[in-house]
Design a binder for this molecule. Structure first.
Ligand code: NAP
Ligand code: MG
Length: 469
C-alpha cells in the first residue's frame, strides 16, 4: 500500500512511563503502516530532560514555533518522591507543560471524546463541550498573607518612570485577616481572547465567555471589554461567515445554561474557572482518559496532547509483568489531531482524512464493545461516580446483565460461557454456537476486560468464573 506522504514535519515529543509505551504502539501499529511520517523527534522522557538539563524541552517548544504543529506524550513532572525514585536527577526539573506553555504563550482547549455507548451524566449533552482555559495570572500568580491586628491594608502601584502612582484601600479590619493581591495583563488577556476566537472559527463552534463582571467591576470587566473589542474589531465578520456566534454572559448564568445545553460549543473561562469547570465537564462526560487537550498559541501554533498523566500505577504493574488495561484514546487523538492539523495547514486532504478515519475506527471499536477497563463501568451510561479504580475493582465482577442486553443476548452469553469453560478457541466457539465470529470476538473481549475470561496459550479462551446461565 502506498503510504501517505507528508510535506512538513510534526514536532514529536516523547514522554514517560505507560504513555511512552502507548506512544510507540500507536506509532508502530496505527500510523507508520499508513503514513510516511515526517516528525522531528524530541525525547522529553525524564532522564533525557535531565541529561540535557531540560534544554530538550525548550528546543521542542521552539521547534513547535518553527513548524506550527506538535504532538506531546505525557511526561513526569518530578517532585520529591520522583527525586528519590530517580537518584540520577540533578535538579527537580520544572513541568515540561509549564515550560512549553510559557514559550508558546497559549490557551489550553480540552475536549471530551464522546462515545454513543457512554452517556454523559448530564442527559441532554449530545455534543462535546470544550473548555478553553486562560493559563496566566489571577490567583495562580497572586500573593497572599495573614495579619493579626486591627488595621488597614492598602494596595499601591508605582510605574517605573514615576509618572503613574495609585493607592487604594483594600479594607480596614478589626482583627485577624487574610489578604490576597492578584493581577492579569491586558496582553495576556488579548492573546487568550484571540486564541479562543480563532479556535471557534477553526472548529466552527459557538464561543461562550463568562466572568463575574457585575461584582468585579474593574478586574473581570476588563476581560469582558477586551473580548468584546477583539470580537468587534477582528472576528465578527469571520463568525458571521461561518454561521457561529459569540456569546458573553455572567458565570453563574453560564453554569446554568451549560447544564441545560446540548453541548457542541467552546466555553472560555478565566484561569480558576477553567481549572474547576474542566474537571467538572470531563467527569460528567466520562473519563480523564477520554479527554484531549490542545495548546493554541496566538500565532497559530498547535500542541496536541492527552489530558491525563503518565498513568504511573499501570506502569509499575506493567513492569512487574502484570496485565494492565490503559486507555490509549486520548494519546491516539493527540496524534490524529496533530496529523489533521498538519494536513490542513499543508494542503494534504488525504492526511487529514486518514486522521479522521483513524478516530472513527477507534470510536467504532469501543462502540462494538471492545474497550479498556476504565470504560467498562461507564458503558451504557452508568454514573462515573461508580467507576471503580482498577486496583480496587473486583477483577471478576460482571457488568450487570441488564446492561449487556442490547449487545449480547442472554442466550449468546450463556452459550459463550459454557463454551469458554472448555477452553476452546474462538473458531471452535463459532463452530459450535453458530454465533457470527465478529460477535464472538467482541463478546470475548468484553468478558476479558471484565476479567471473566482469560486467554490461554494457543488462543484458547478459558472462563475464570462461573458465568450465569
Ligand atoms: P494520571 O497519570 O492521569 O493517572 C491517574 C489515574 O487515572 C490512573 O492511576 C488511572 O486510574 C487513571 N487513568 C489516567 N489515564 C488513564 C488511561 N489512559 N487509561 C486508564 N486509566 C487512566 O495522573 P497521576 O497518577 O496523578 O500522574 C502520574 C504522572 O503523570 C505524574 O508524574 C505527573 O507529573 C504526570 N502528569 C503529566 C501530565 C502531562 O504530561 N500532561 C499531566 C498530569 C500528570 P487507575 O489507577 O484507577 O486505573
Ligand atoms: Mg483542576
Amino acid at each position: 500500500m502506498e503510504r501517505i506522504k507528508m510535506i512538513n514535519p510534526v514536532v514529536e515529543m516523547d514522554g514517560d512511563e505507560m504513555t511512552r509505551i502507548l506512544w510507540a504502539m500507536i506509532k508502530d501499529k496505527l500510523i507508520l503502516p499508513f503514513v510516511d511520517l515526517k516528525s522531528e523527534y524530541y525525547d522529553l522522557g525524564l532522564l533525557h530532560r535531565n541529561e540535557t538539563r531540560d534544554q530538550v524541552t525548550v528546543d521542542a517548544a521552539n521547534a513547535t514555533k518553527k513548524y506550527g504543529v506538535a504532538v506531546k506524550c505525557a511526561t513526569i513532572t518530578p517532585n520529591k518522591q520522583r527525586m528519590e525514585e530517580y537518584p540520577q536527577l540533578t535538579e527537580m526539573w520544572k513541568s515540561p507543560n509549564g515550560t512549553i506553555r510559557s514559550i508558546l504563550d497559549g490557551t489550553v482547549f480540552r475536549t471530551p471524546i464522546c462515545i454513543d455507548a457512554i452517556k454523559p451524566v448530564v442527559k441532554n449533552w449530545k455534543k462535546p463541550i470544550t473548555i478553553a482555559r486562560h493559563a496566566y495570572g489571577d490567583v495562580y500568580k497572586s500573593v497572599d498573607f495573614v495579619t493579626e491586628k486591627p488595621g488597614t491594608c492598602t494596595m499601591t502601584f508605582k510605574s517605573e518612570d514615576g509618572s503613574e502612582e495609585k493607592t487604594v484601600t483594600v479594607q480596614k479590619t478589626d482583627g485577624p485577616t487574610v489578604w490576597q493581591g492578584a493581577h492579569n495583563k491586558d496582553k495576556s488577556i488579548r492573546s487568550f481572547a484571540r486564541a479562543c476566537f480563532q479556535y471557534a472559527v477553526d472548529t466552527r463552534q459557538d464561543l461562550w465567555f463568562s466572568t463575574k463582571d457585575t461584582i468585579s467591576k474593574r478586574y473581570d470587566h476588563t476581560f469582558k471589554d477586551i473580548f468584546a473589542d477583539i470580537y468587534e474589531g477582528e472576528y465578527r465578520e469571520k463568525f458571521e461567515q461561518n454561521g457561529i456566534t459569540y456569546f458573553y454572559t455572567l458565570i453563574d448564568d453560564a453554569v446554568a445554561r451549560v447544564i441545560r445545553s446540548k453541548g457542541g460549543f467552546i466555553w472560555a473561562c478565566k484561569n480558576y474557572d477553567g481549572d474547576v469547570m474542566s474537571d467538572m465537564v470531563s467527569t460528567a462526560f466520562g473519563s480523564l482518559a477520554m479527554m484531549t487537550s490542545v495548546l493554541v498559541s496566538p500565532e497559530g501554533n498547535y500542541e496536541y496532547e492527552a489530558a491525563h498523566g503518565t498513568v504511573t500505577q499501570h506502569y509499575y504493574r506493567h513492569l512487574k509483568g502484570e496485565q494492565v488495561s490503559t486507555n490509549p484514546m486520548a494519546t491516539l487523538f493527540a496524534w490524529t489531531g496533530a496529523l489533521a492539523k498538519r494536513g490542513e495547514l499543508d494542503g494534504l486532504p488525504e492526511l487529514a482524512a486518514f486522521a479522521g478515519k483513524l478516530e472513527r475506527a477507534a470510536i467504532d471499536t469501543i462502540e462494538s464493545g471492545v474497550m479498556t477497563g476504565d470504560l467498562v463501568g461507564l458503558w451504557e451510561g452508568e454514573a462515573p461516580a461508580q467507576k471503580a479504580r482498577e486496583p480496587e475493582r473486583p477483577k471478576r465482577e460482571l457488568v450487570p446483565r441488564g446492561q449487556q442486553k442490547d449487545r449480547f443476548t442472554d442466550d449468546e452469553l450463556a452459550i459463550l460461557a459454557a463454551a469458554a469453560k472448555s477452553a476452546l478457541t474462538a473458531d471452535e466457539i463459532v463452530e459450535r454456537t453458530q454465533i457470527p465470529a465478529k460477535r464472538i470476538l467482541s463478546a470475548i473481549t468484553m468478558l476479558q476486560v471484565q476479567g471473566a475470561v482469560e486467554e490461554r496459550p494457543g488462543r484458547r479462551f478459558y472462563a475464570l468464573v462461573e458465568l450465569e446461565g
